[in-house]
Write a protein that binds this ligand. Sequence first.
Ligand SMILES: [Fe+2]
Length: 299
Amino acid sequence: MLTVTPTGQILGATITGVDLKTDIAKADFAGILRALGEYGVLRFPGQHVDAASLKRFSERFGQIQVLKGVKHHEPGMPEVTVLSNVKVNGEPIGAPDAGQSWHTDMTYSQTKGFVNILSAFMVPMRDGKPVGSTEFTNTQAAAADLPADIAKRLTGLTATHDIEMFWEYMRREKGSKRPPMSAEMRAQRPPVHHPVLMKHPITGRNVIYVNPGFTTRIDGLPEAEGAELLKYLLDHVFQEKYRYVHEWAVGDLLLWDNLGSWHFARPDYGPDELRLMKRCQVMADRIFDPAFVQEALAA
Ligand SMILES: [Fe+2]
């Protein structure tokens, strides 16, 4: 039987009683979806999910994002990205998964990111403790705590999200050889606009849908006023009381909700401290369809 055990912290629950290597029952999926809306970051310990099962489970949530031109994926499965610092014959077998600032995946895209699902194969340990933890913030809890006058002011406002902001951040990193974004890349990924306060499709509660990685401005306000309001929101969400740290264990499958959180991969491990994860990023192409949610939760 599916059992959901909340961490008692601002985010996080542990889920047991389900085998993700099998096609899970509709009732179990409904329970997982409900828990995802409520707790944001779900840990399924001891699952040891392989790439094929990871892909099949991920497809229950929506379409998996396939990044064009990304070479680090499971052979024959472009939907499953390999994240690792392991090298074979001097060549890394995966993409690096740390070094980005706090962000929410895919807010720069018209179709938002919904969930990230990672299966942990190798977890670096130091002095008996895991390193390379993933940190989160709860933007749903932060929205609920907004002063009424600010929440009122935000109603109907949208913000601009632009991948170029992140691109430039990565260019400033030490040793980066990234060229500036080309006109062609910019044309493929133009800035997009999303509501600042967005209704979460599972819980129906508001989330603050801006993040430090991709949000460049609040639309329709004088520049200084918009910048001040954006800074206020980012500082508000970033408060310690909304934060949660997931410490990895080999065999974990971690499922997190991008619509209600930011995340940050701690870059606190060295090149000899080996880490290997396989990941699917699922788009919010179905979750905003009320019929999909109703059907998925009706179990
Ligand atoms: Fe990310």
